[in-house]
Write a protein of this length. Structure first.
Length: 304
């Protein structure tokens, strides 16, 4: 069975000048990240604007990514949707296309109760046809809060074997790890700025947005943690957080796409209702990045 660990970029979905999926840029980004030896990819999640894509676009992004990766690292497909049927259809496609796992946010907006959430995941896991099914826990975005006790119930569903845990509440993350003892259940951290603390609390790896633009920094952090060199890992996390603080001076996903363009991979601008940066925001971002360690830790040179 695939072992999920290490540094896994939440892959940016590139768009062309007309706002359509750009498979050429997607392949360029995947190849760049593979060259840094990342440990996998997480496709069409929040960073990948999955909920802003049509189902056929989500399938295309996954297929292009899988083709370019060509089995070198595991690819996790986020299939979450408001509709259980849509999520299950995407899960079935991901399984048939060769994804190593599928993941899904809980149903949003409709105020599903726990019984409904459990059935939602049961249908996704069934459609995945033996491919591991993960929960994607991101309460600040979904408005759905789950406790470790709830996670224990969801773990009873056949084929539910992991979670992408995107919350700063590492106490509850550890509680989930505790209730998962004795099970085949993987916990991967989400917040980039909390990568090291989450590893220290028992996560086996991390999935993140800024790994698109500074994968090497987090790979070095992860290797230092593996070797027990916490002092070095701390230094690397603190440097990365200075860059993250710079990105947060403007809309973050737009900032990452802007940086990728300067790095030579034009991924366009986010899809509405998100937006690209104004010239003033571009200047603010450039200044903030220049005052951070980004120039020293970026993996390829920045263009002017």
């Amino acid at each position: 069975m695939t072992k999920f660990q290490g540094i896994i970029p939440a892959l940016i979905t590139p768009f062309d000048s007309k706002g359509n999926f750009n498979p050429t840029a997607c392949r360029e980004l995947v190849q760049f990240l593979l060259s840094t030896e990342v440990d996998g990819f997480y496709v069409t999640g929040g960073t990948g604007e999955g909920l802003l894509l049509e189902p056929e676009e989500r399938r295309a992004v996954l297929e292009v990514t899988l083709d370019e990766v060509n089995g070198r690292v595991p690819v996790i497909a986020h299939v979450g949707a408001v509709s259980t049927r849509t999520a299950a259809d995407l899960a079935a496609h991901a399984a048939s296309a060769g994804a190593a796992a599928v993941a899904a946010i809980p149903p949003i907006y409709v105020n599903a109760d726990l019984a409904g959430i459990k059935e939602h995941y049961r249908q996704i896991a069934k459609a995945a046809n033996g491919v591991p099914t993960w929960l994607y826990y991101i309460p600040h975005a979904t408005g759905v809060t789950l406790t470790a006790k709830t996670f224990a119930e969801l773990m009873e569903i056949d084929n539910v074997t992991g979670v992408k845990y995107t919350s700063h509440n590492l106490y509850e993350m550890r509680n989930i790890i505790e209730v998962a003892q004795g099970r085949d259940f993987t916990v991967i951290s989400g917040p980039d700025e909390m990568c090291l603390p989450a590893l220290l609390m028992g996560a086996t790896g991390a999935i993140g947005t800024t790994y698109n633009i500074m994968p090497g920094q987090f790979l070095k952090l992860y290797r230092a943690w593996q070797q027990g060199d916490i002092e070095t890992a701390q230094k690397l996390q603190f440097q990365a957080n200075q860059v993250i603080n710079a990105l947060l001076t403007v809309p973050t996903l737009s900032a990452v796409k802007s940086v990728l363009k300067r790095m030579g991979i034009d991924c366009g601008v986010p899809r509405g209702p998100l937006r690209g940066l104004t010239p003033e925001e571009e200047d603010r971002l450039r200044q903030a990045l220049d005052e951070s360690p980004f120039a020293e830790i970026a993996d390829i040179p920045m263009k002017a």
